[in-house]
Write a protein that binds this ligand. Sequence first.
Ligand code: NAP
Length: 475
Amino acid sequence: MSARTDTDSPIRIAVIGSGPAGFYAAGHLLKDSGAGGHSVNFEVDMIERLPTPWGLVRSGVAPDHPKIKSVTRIYEKTAAHPRFRFFGNVVFGEHVSREELLSHYHAIVYATGTPVDRPLGIPGEDLPGSHAATDFVGWYNGHPDHTDLEVDLRSAERAVVIGNGNVAIDVARMLVLAPAELAPTDTADHALEVLAESRVSEVVIVGRRGPAQAAFTNPELLELGELADADVIVDPAELDRALAVHDSGAEENITSRRNVEILRSYAERPPAGHIKRIVLRFLLSPISLIPDEHGRLGAVELVRNELVFAPDGGLRASPTEGRETIPAGLLFRAIGYRGIPLPGVPFDSRGGVIPNDGGRVLDPDGGVPLRGEYAVGWIKRGPSGVIGTNKKDAQETVDAIFADAHTDGGGLNVPTRAEGAEIERLLRERQPELVSYDGWASIDRHERALGESSGRPRVKLTRIEEMLRVAAGEN
Ligand code: NAP
């Protein structure tokens, strides 16, 4: 592509996925074009498989964290830009292919996240009562893919959560929140009903390594100690054992140091006598899930680990001869998310991401950047960091697009039909139930109105058909 001038027609970008990474990328493209020497006008079309935007902000962030969700106000500003369009209920690879998009756009930005769980790979993992945290999180957040998940909270008094990240904390907290804490949230109605009848009174969070290696962030770990109905329990002896091996990397890390202080304070604190408990355990890995007499999960068999130095100097969990069995009717594996391949797009199946260099998608054979294809967010770097991390990440990808638009990078794609109306016609032909941003705005208004009478931010629609009816103005 030759160098562009002020008078060139707009550069058209398709962003696939409408979560934080997709919206930050769109925001940077629209805000920065024309500024800072970038004398080009970008037009952004966002393609989203659901009728609703915001990705994990809508369906991943815990319902009792409304402040985190308020970041959507920034995305709404981007969506209001005259050169932005939203095409919801359109599936990449089904309604429109990569090749078709390349014939309409100068660049495609993949922002599809890492939507599936990582399995434990142990016997019994598929027993009723054993769940991926990703499914449970989607279920309580009203994601239409998970509305029909069967979650039985009446048959179990103890749940085990595997993993020491913030998702494990979210899951544990949701299981013990008091009705008064849940009431003002946008938890899906189906989940509120099930949670109201829950008999779960103890949640055991299990880490395979020690407290200094946990991936929790400080505010999330602190929040566990402030719940209305639940004590937080840490065994001082186990804590000391797990801290006996030093990890200078973690000790230099301020978050880990603070986590250890918080956990020490929990270990020293006498229980307040709440009706529920969250127990934090360390140096344990599940090795088998054992069924009860009804064929449901009855217990979790675990191996005790010790920490050993890995060749890279970090500490890893190594199994010992020690075993432990925790009776539990529920298990949630919260050991990370994984990306899935997009039709026709390079994929690194080991890393679960799109291979890329600073956001430029790489040809898996030659390792050279593919013209006009970019990745952003979790599908670019893996499932790490908080929502705000995607802002910087998106800037890196957008900087690559700017450079390529000015040919000091590799150059953008050269579309054969760069007419905005044409792609919209094609998409509407392929998906007559395409949901525009106005359609989403109708869903948003409808959900907020439903929530108003009960003092909730919204009552989520959890079925695609319902969403489409409301988007079409048929509520
Ligand atoms: P994460 O932070 O990467 O934590 C995953 C945990 O699973 C780690 O403790 C890891 O232990 C453990 N694990 C991995 N494989 C395992 C195995 N085979 N057996 C046992 N344990 C295993 O992932 P996440 O909790 O899914 O969170 C994803 C990202 O979203 C994180 O960056 C998180 O901070 C963010 N998030 C933020 C919030 C918030 O800000 N409120 C809420 C939710 C999520 P090792 O360290 O030993 O590998």
